[in-house]
Design a protein around this ligand. Structure first.
Ligand SMILES: NC(=O)c1ccc[n+]([C@@H]2O[C@H](COP(=O)([O-])OP(=O)(O)OC[C@H]3O[C@@H](n4cnc5c(N)ncnc54)[C@H](O)[C@@H]3O)[C@@H](O)[C@H]2O)c1
Length: 327
């Protein structure tokens, strides 16, 4: 899949937890050599073993061929300097804490090559919070994935004020080469696009349960049996464009008032307190006992693989169809 790299190109993954390991699959699958580096003893080894299992799952789902060849492109780097040596790109995937990322960026700055670019997996912290002090800051940005990145192609590219356009364009081109779907923000905002959208939905979901208006299960079902079905292949703007005979403007004029009323009535935002957390936790544990969380996550990944395959096959079929229409 996406085997467009030369084989000599190298990417470094710094922080080989859940997200770093997922990114390693993305780059190795596309033909890049991937150096894994993690400060916690044994973590990079665990990552390699975890990746081997995921590659078997991906092969079984028909999403990759030759998992052994992909695995052979991965290696553990004994130091940060070894990991970055000759790397064209670094995917930083350490903890979501400003002080951890700031210290790491100082270390990266000491060993980084003159052309290497650094993307951070940060879920919501702008790169300006931890790259201002480094000399390589023009080559740093946020490249935020959805988990797991090898199944969900979206990646949000977010520049710090000093990130150059060349950096944005080069990382965008790299992401396209490895089969991801980049979106670009013009400047930083906490939560970027993805978590700001998810945040609005989550705030309302918790509010409905807190007020006793619906159960957590029924809120979930409204997405899994309703809104989420469309969202697997189109976003909210396209959805409403197709939901009124006159398109998005017609929809906005017909239903704008409803959404304005909802938003006006929910101006107040409170943190999710312990009482509310206990309420949602109790409802979730009646449908999914805590000891089944991991099995359910594995089920989710199998369903995501089937969906990824369906989307890939449909995209290919549509492309072939439009090519033959052009001819
Ligand atoms: N978990 C998700 O769903 C998700 C999704 C998108 C983005 N992210 C972001 O990705 C980043 C990583 O998240 P995660 O869930 O993989 O965390 P994780 O805890 O699973 O992994 C973090 C890894 O970083 C290592 N580490 C810490 N300091 C290091 C250093 N200085 N050098 C090298 N390795 C170091 C740790 O040992 C650990 O293995 C965070 O910024 C997070 O917000 C997470």
């Amino acid at each position: 899949m996406n085997a467009s790299a030369t084989g000599d190109d190298k990417v470094a993954i710094v922080g080989t937890g859940l997200v770093g390991s997922g990114w390693a699959i993305v780059f190795a699958r596309a033909g890049y050599k991937v150096a894994l580096y993690d400060t916690a003893p044994g973590n990079a080894d665990k990552s390699l073993a975890w990746i081997a299992e995921r590659l078997r799952d991906l092969e079984a789902a028909g999403l990759i061929e030759a998992p052994d060849a992909i695995q052979a492109r991965l290696s553990i780097a004994p130091s940060l300097s070894d990991a970055l040596n000759d790397a064209l790109y670094v995917q930083e995937s350490v903890l979501e804490r400003v002080e951890v990322k700031t210290t790491l960026m100082s270390e990266i700055d000491k060993v980084i090559g003159p052309r290497t670019l650094v993307g951070s997996s940060s879920s919501g912290l702008g790169a300006s919070l931890y790259t201002e002090h480094v000399t390589c800051r023009e080559r740093c940005l946020v490249a935020h994935p959805l988990n797991p990145p090898y199944l969900a192609p979206i990646v949000e590219l977010v520049p710090a004020p000093w990130t150059t356009q060349e950096t944005m364009q080069a990382v965008r081109a790299l992401m396209l080469r490895v089969g991801q779907s980049p979106v670009e923000m013009t400047r930083e905002i906490e939560g970027f696009i993805l978590n700001r959208l998810q945040g609005v939905l989550l705030m309302e979901a918790w509010r409905l349960v807190e007020a006793g208006l619906a159960t957590a299960q029924d809120v979930d079902k409204t997405i899994s049996e309703g809104l989420g079905l469309r969202w697997a292949f189109m976003g909210p703007f396209e959805t409403i464009d197709l939901n009124a005979s006159g398109g998005v403007a017609d929809y906005a004029r017909r239903l704008g008032g409803l959404y304005h009323n909802i938003a006006s009535a929910t101006k107040e935002h409170r943190p999710w307190d312990e009482t509310l957390i206990a309420k949602v936790e109790a409802q979730r544990r009646t449908v999914l006992p805590a000891d089944q969380l991991a099995a359910r996550a594995a089920w989710r990944d199998r369903r995501l693989m089937a969906l990824a395959k369906h989307k890939r096959d449909m995209d290919l079929a549509e492309k072939e169809c439009s090519n033959s229409n052009i001819k």
